[in-house]
Design a protein. Structure first.
Length: 83
């Protein structure tokens, strides 16, 4: 079966996010002062084949942990749907 994974990678909440801080400051400078707590991450869309949804989920988790994230600095979450 073919599956689509939508993966979000974000900096860990305990760490500073310099990109998010820069965007927050820029928004405040252009009068969007009510915006708080901007965090910048990555969104990854990938297609894969697996026997079932559980196996697809296991593969995506393995891909994230081995390739897509730095576990010291980033966390991830994802959704899987059949194509």
């Amino acid at each position: 079966m073919k599956f689509i994974a939508e993966i979000n990678v974000m900096p860990l909440k305990a760490l500073l996010d310099p990109q998010g801080k820069a965007v927050t400051q820029t928004l405040h400078n252009i009068d969007f002062k009510s915006v708080k707590g901007v965090r910048i991450g990555k969104h990854i869309h990938l297609s894969l084949e697996a026997d079932n949804k559980q196996k697809a989920s296991d593969k995506v988790k393995d891909i994230c942990e081995k390739v897509l994230i730095n576990p010291i600095m980033e966390g991830f979450e994802f959704t899987i749907k059949a194509e």
